[in-house]
Design a protein around this ligand. Structure first.
Ligand code: ADP
Ligand code: MG
Length: 282
């Protein structure tokens, strides 16, 4: 059975005022349950594109459909029930005076019973490691912590689609992995995930499909392995595959394929090439 189309972008052009459009006649579909990364250099149009998914931008030309409904005719509040959006800058999102109230805010708007609100708030705060900060004033927290408050608010809503605009910026590696592991769990439960990032190792680790934007156009759209296997195309937009893929590509003459995505994979391939048995490798 073909999976249901969750987001459909049809000949989308978006223009901020005069000058060059930020998005130029782009078309693609995202199926329910996909995990897709959007990458591209600064100014490529990633945020502009993502804001079409929750109705913050409406197409200048073309159409965007979410769950078969034309976003051009939908209210932002209607779309908020379908698409959760974690902003690049958490301070554009947070406005309540405690962390707990911030996470509970959207749930109250959904009209959920008090107990469910409390349970969902507690679970989301635990998932982002902020249980002890439930009563804290958000603006006394670090930027990384505020980013996790914003993320918890979206996670608690459990929308079908979750869009994350550079969710790990300002986080250390452990925090980034913690956040993305949580996002992966949601994907495994059936949520559609769209995330924007500059970190190619996160793309390799967490996305199955990658859409590369370059000056408002789609440079390439494909599965992560095949996109990273062709670094020449990525270079057009000043991106490089993850270091481990880069290393594998340099080892090509030792029969290592160019589409390796993890240390584990490369380790196993190297042992195989040497005719050794696979042991343990973390
Ligand atoms: N509010 C705005 N007003 C005018 N131009 C904008 C605005 N936001 C973004 N742009 C322009 O649109 C293009 C795409 O920006 P953006 O979507 O933020 O890119 P990215 O998220 O890939 O860095 C850039 O040329 C940027 O300067
Ligand atoms: Mg951006």
């Amino acid at each position: 059975m073909t999976p249901k189309v969750q987001i459909k972008v049809e000949k989308l052009t978006y223009q901020y005022g005069s000058g060059q459009p930020a998005l130029k006649n782009i078309s693609f579909e995202i199926s329910k349950g996909e995990s897709i990364a959007i990458i591209g250099q600064n100014g490529a149009g990633k945020t502009t594109l993502a804001k079409h998914f929750n109705g913050l931008h409406k197409p200048s030309f073309g159409k965007v459909y979410v769950d078969n409904s034309d976003t051009g005719t939908m209210k932002v509040s209607e779309l908020a029930r379908k698409v959760g959006f974690v902003f690049q800058n958490p301070d554009h999102q947070i406005f309540n005076d405690t962390v707990g109230k911030e996470v509970a805010f959207g749930l109250k708007n959904l009209g959920l019973p008090k107990q469910e609100i409390e349970e969902r708030t507690a679970t989301a705060l635990e998932a982002v490691g902020l249980t002890d900060h439930c009563r804290a004033y958000p603006f006394n927290l670090s930027k990384g912590q505020r980013q996790r408050v914003a993320l918890a608010s979206v996670l608690a809503m459990k929308t079908e689609t979750i869009v994350l605009d550079e969710p790990t910026t300002g986080q250390d590696f452990r925090e980034s992995v913690q956040i993305m592991d949580m996002v992966r769990k949601l994907n495994e439960c059936g949520h559609t995930i769209v995330f924007i990032t500059h970190d190619m190792s996160l793309v390799a680790r967490y996305a199955r499909r990658v859409l590369v934007l370059c000056r408002g156009e789609i440079l390439v759209d494909g599965d992560v392995r095949s996109v990273f296997a062709g670094p020449e195309l990525l270079q057009k937009t000043y991106l490089c595959p993850p270091q481990i893929t880069n290393l594998a590509q340099r080892l090509g003459r030792h029969s290592i394929p160019p589409d390796v995505l993890s240390v584990r994979e490369l380790y196993e391939l190297l042992l195989k090439a040497r005719g050794e048995k696979i042991g343990c490798c973390s």
